[in-house]
Design a protein around this ligand. Structure first.
Ligand code: AMP
Length: 274
C-alpha cells in the first residue's frame, strides 16, 4: 500500500478505474466495508484521511476528533486499499479561498442544525476529487444527506464520477458504527441502540398505515424518554430528503439526536433489517 502525504507526490494509475473513499480517519468496519467495495468494483481503492476543519462548527469536536493514524493505515491496508492520501490542512486550503455551495438539498436537517457544514463537505470533496481524479466514489448511506449533497454536486458540476451509496454497517444491536460512538459512556452506549429501533418501529407503523404525524410524535417521545435530545426525526424521500406525507416504498426515516454531549445521526429504509 502506498502512503502519500502531499499532492505533488501522488502517483495513481490514472486512465484505469480508481475507486475513492474519502474519510476523516478513526477507521471502523463501516469505512472498511467501503474500501472493500471500492476494491471489488474498481480493482484499485484509494482512501483519503483528512479531518476537514471547514465542516466542523465552532462548538464541535474538531480538535478532539480522534486521529489514530498508525492504526488507520494498518486497517486500510488489511481492507485492501492500494493507496492512502493524508494531506495537511495548509495544502488543501491555502492560499486560494474557493468554496463550493450546493443549494436545495442542504437546506433542511443537517443543514439547519449545522450551518456551513455542507459547504465544508462539498468544498473538501470537490478538492479531493480533483486531486485523486477517481472514476468511482464510495460513500456511506449512514450520512444520507451527505450522499445527496455530493450527488447533487457531481451532477451540477458535471463531474465525470460514478457515485456509489453503500449500506450502513451496524453493531449487532443495530447502532450504526461511527467514529463518534467512542465518546459514549457505557450507559449511553446501551441507550444508543434505541435510535435504530425507533427508526425501524416508525417505518413499520407507516407500513401498517398509521397516521404519519402520530407515528413521528410517538417515536420522538420514546426517544426523549430514553434520554435523547431529539433534533429532528422525519420521514423523507431518499434522493432530495424532502418530507413525505405518506408511505413510499423508497421513503427513509432520518434522525439526529444528542445523548449527553454526543450527537448521533442515523437513517433507515423500508425492509432494511439489523
Ligand atoms: P467519516 O470518516 O465519518 O467522514 O466517514 C467517511 C465515510 O464513511 C462516509 O462516506 C461515511 O458515510 C462512511 N461511513 C461512516 N459510518 C459508516 C457506517 N457505519 N457504515 C458505512 N459507511 C459509513
Amino acid at each position: 500500500m502506498k502512503v502519500f502525504h502531499t499532492i505533488r507526490e501522488l502517483d495513481l494509475p490514472w486512465g484505469n478505474p480508481i475507486g475513492f473513499v474519502p474519510t476523516m480517519g478513526a477507521l471502523h468496519e463501516g469505512h472498511l466495508s467501503l474500501i472493500r467495495r471500492a476494491k471489488e468494483v474498481t480493482g484499485y481503492a484509494v482512501v483519503s484521511i483528512f479531518v476537514n476543519p471547514t465542516q466542523f462548527g465552532p462548538n464541535e469536536d474538531f480538535t478532539r476528533y480522534p486521529r489514530p493514524i498508525e492504526r488507520d493505515l494498518e486497517l486500510a491496508e488489511t481492507a485492501g486499499a492500494a493507496a492512502v492520501l493524508i494531506p495537511d490542512v495548509g495544502e488543501i486550503y491555502g492560499p486560494d479561498q474557493v468554496w463550493v455551495r450546493v443549494d436545495g438539498v442542504t437546506e433542511l436537517w443537517e443543514g439547519e442544525w449545522r450551518p456551513g457544514h455542507f459547504e465544508g463537505v462539498a468544498t473538501v470533496v470537490a478538492k479531493l476529487f480533483n486531486i485523486v481524479r477517481p472514476t468511482d466514489a464510495f460513500f456511506g448511506t449512514k450520512d444520507l444527506q451527505q450522499c445527496a449533497v455530493v450527488e447533487s454536486m457531481i451532477r451540477g458540476l458535471k463531474m465525470p464520477i460514478r457515485f456509489h451509496r453503500e449500506p450502513t454497517y451496524r453493531e449487532p444491536d443495530g447502532l450504526a458504527l461511527s467514529s463518534r460512538n467512542r465518546y459514549l459512556s457505557e450507559q449511553e452506549r446501551t441507550t444508543a441502540a434505541h435510535l435504530p429501533r425507533s427508526l425501524r418501529d416508525l417505518l413499520l407503523d407507516i407500513e401498517a398505515g398509521k397516521v404519519l404525524d402520530q407515528v413521528l410524535y410517538e417515536q420522538r417521545s420514546e426517544l426523549q424518554q430514553a434520554g435523547f435530545d431529539v433534533q429532528y426525526l422525519a420521514y423523507v424521500d431518499a434522493t432530495k430528503l424532502a418530507p413525505l406525507t405518506r408511505f413510499e416504498p423508497s421513503g427513509r426515516a432520518i434522525v439526529a439526536a444528542k445523548l449527553g454531549a454526543t450527537r448521533l445521526i442515523d437513517n433507515l429504509g423500508h425492509g432494511e433489517s439489523f
